[in-house]
Design a binder for this molecule. Structure first.
Ligand code: NAP
Length: 273
């Protein structure tokens, strides 16, 4: 029941109409009987929106495209990993001696790490990371936080080498993917996403080099890469786990409560099962 004491949360970005986060967070609040609500805020004026967070006493927001980088100079504080990544997807509005303080962090990498950890231990593992875009960047820095040895493999050389230099790891062109070996392979490109879901960047015969294969694409849930990896005997992790577990981490930051993970998974899965 919404009343005078309801705490407000939301997502700022543009567009936000497709976001699965309102369903996930509202289901979690409801399951715990928390008097909190999470709303979509389509935002173009990000500076105005952040002033509004303080003025309206909104407790926290998710940040999505195109504002994950542009919010950074507007925040009062940002945690060390988000700073390395250069992107914030979570803001909590803290009350410090009567002052509202905007604190930014990044839970995309936390979600990716926790998702991969459902199938393997990360410390000392070697992971082949495919892609050099925004998600690969967050996942790369995040895996290194957990003590992973990274091999980066992507399409556009200058971009790939640039990210590899920042991560201080080797870079390989996609033409060399078949020769790469590791404990796990993570697809952090958009390849395999519907409607072009009949493609995979990884030749079938090279999949047996990996014990675990994770795809961050979640539409479809079972990408061609994951189907072929399972057939090759790999353990697989789908993109919904990262999406779920980054949301779980946000929920924990905002509420300090243990998140109802099964409820949140159910809210996200919907007709995707
Ligand atoms: P992005 O910044 O645009 O990066 C896309 C990456 O994919 C780039 O490295 C790009 O290669 C590569 N790529 C695209 N088409 C390719 C092709 N045909 N062959 C080889 N590489 C190709 O996108 P992003 O934000 O990182 O998102 C990537 C995917 O992750 C999207 O499908 C998104 O929906 C999904 N995602 C999932 C989650 C989750 O929680 N599960 C979270 C965020 C994003 P270049 O290096 O050549 O540009």
């Amino acid at each position: 029941m919404i009343n005078g004491k309801t705490k407000l949360y939301g997502i700022i970005g543009n567009p936000v109409g497709h976001s699965l986060s309102p369903a996930m967070h509202n289901a979690a609040f409801a399951a715990l009987g928390e008097n909190r609500v999470y709303l979509p805020f389509p935002v173009e004026d990000v500076e105005g929106a952040l002033v509004g967070l303080k003025a309206l006493e909104i407790c926290g927001v998710s940040v999505t495209i195109p504002h994950k980088q542009t919010v950074i100079p507007l925040l009062d504080r940002i945690d060390a990993v988000a700073e390395k990544i250069g992107a914030v997807n979570t803001i909590v509005v803290n009350d410090e001696e009567g002052n509202k303080v905007l604190c930014g962090s990044n839970t995309d990498w936390v979600g990716a790490n926790r998702a991969l950890e459902t199938e393997m231990s990360l410390r000392g593992a070697t992971v082949v990371l495919l892609g050099a875009g925004g998600s690969a960047r967050a996942i790369g820095f995040g895996l290194q936080e957990a003590g992973v040895e990274l091999l980066l493999c992507s399409r556009t050389e200058a971009k790939g080498r640039g990210l590899a230099a920042e991560l201080d790891c080797p870079w390989y062109p996609l033409s060399e993917i078949a020769g790469l070996q590791g404990d796990a392979l993570v697809n952090a490109t958009s390849v395999g996403m519907a409607p072009r879901d009949d493609v995979s960047l990884v030749p079938v015969h090279s999949l047996q080099s990996f014990k675990v294969v994770m795809d961050i694409v979640y539409s479809p849930l079972q990408t061609r890469l994951l189907k072929e990896a399972r057939a090759a005997g790999c353990r697989t992790v789908n993109g919904l786990e990262m999406l779920l577990l980054q949301g779980v981490a946000q929920f924990e930051i905002w509420t300090g409560l243990r998140a109802p993970v099964a409820v949140m998974r159910e809210a996200l899965s919907g007709d995707r099962k």
